[in-house]
Design a protein around this ligand. Structure first.
Ligand SMILES: [Zn+2]
Length: 336
């Protein structure tokens, strides 16, 4: 037992006595130690806790900054993407013109390499640099293509009036029923190379010259001379300058004579069902010697520049792959 006396400085006040058992003292000491530890802990931990709070605030700020950065990057990527799409469309047009004017694609370095389409979703993170490189690559290719075309500008200008560059039949009057390239022949049931484009249309639909030229053949080709060309029914063959020949086949009637000079858009005949034809349609071929071949047929869609065709990349790629295919050679009378 311990006694504690408290003597107030004012002597009129009573002296107070406190008695503590050893158990109570031990508890008090324990309490004091506990308090000490609590404060000591506070002193030790407080700076860390403070630092933690600062870090948290900094992190929040960084997060905000990153978000702003991400937004900016996305806007940039978006504009890059629309630029890339425009670039791609231009590159496609340029490649198309290369075909039209018979410029070998290999002359533009990378020309002819299949184009990897731009993905529909915005590239993010690690995919972005690779995507950017691809856009850059296309830009370089387009620049090369433009240079190539510019170098030949004078030649192009001299033949533009003759290039069979328009659709020979009114837009909206036909459905393309047989594309250019390999197909199952409806007569033989075997695979063959379709040298032109089939436009299914009502009989008697007017057709015109796709470019200025001279008619080298008009009418039915004699069976005794060539079965293959006799099968084309009534035909109008036009030589355009020195480089292009167009053939319109299965006509019901022809409106021009052999040797006649024609202008683009000039009516040359009416569609029909003559020769090897199951229903009225126009079989249309475009041939050129510009690629160094002996008037090899080329997909007419590449030449019909006044209409937009879907999957132009595919058409251009196919044109490359069908180069050198077996085709019906032109009789010498078709050429001038
Ligand atoms: Zn055909």
């Amino acid at each position: 037992m311990i006694e504690i006396q408290v003597h107030p400085s004012d002597i009129r006040k009573k002296v107070r006595y406190y008695f503590f058992s050893s158990r109570q003292l031990k508890l008090m000491a324990l309490g004091a130690v506990g308090l000490l530890i609590f404060f000591a802990w506070g002193i030790l931990v407080a700076p860390q806790s403070y630092q933690h709070q600062v870090k948290k605030a900094k992190f929040r700020q960084e997060l905000k900054y990153n978000q702003a950065l991400t937004n900016t990057v996305q806007v940039l990527v978006g504009s890059l993407r629309s630029n890339a799409e425009a670039l791609d469309a231009n590159r496609r047009r340029l490649e198309n013109l290369f075909y039209v004017f018979g410029v070998p694609l290999t002359s533009a370095g990378q020309g002819g390499v299949a184009f990897t389409p731009i993905p529909a979703n915005l590239p993010s993170g690690r995919a972005l640099p690779a995507w950017y490189d691809r856009v850059q690559e296309k830009l370089t290719l387009s620049e090369k293509l433009v240079e190539e075309l510019e170098a030949r500008e004078a030649f192009f200008r001299s033949i533009t009036h003759a290039v069979p560059s328009v659709c020979p039949i009114p837009a909206g009057s036909f459905v393309v029923t047989s594309a250019f390239g390999y197909r199952i022949n409806p007569f033989t049931g075997k695979q063959d190379f379709h040298q032109g484009l089939d436009f299914a249309c009502p009989e008697g639909t007017p057709i015109w010259a796709a470019g200025d030229g001279t008619v080298t053949y008009a009418g039915r080709y004699p069976l005794s001379t060539s079965v293959a060309w006799w099968r084309y029914g009534n035909i109008v063959v036009i030589q355009h300058e020195k480089h292009f020949i167009t053939i319109a086949a299965h006509l019901s009637s022809v409106a021009v004579r052999t040797g006649e000079k024609v202008k683009r858009w000039q009516k040359v005949g009416l569609t029909g069902n003559t020769g090897w034809s199951t229903r009225p349609h126009l079989h249309y071929e475009v041939r050129t010697n510009l690629a160094g071949e002996n008037y090899a047929p080329i997909d007419p869609r590449i030449y019909i520049l006044d209409l937009a065709w879907r999957d132009m990349d595919k058409i251009l790629a196919q044109a490359r792959s069908t180069q050198g295919s077996q085709f019906e050679p032109l009789p010498s009378t078709f050429r001038r």
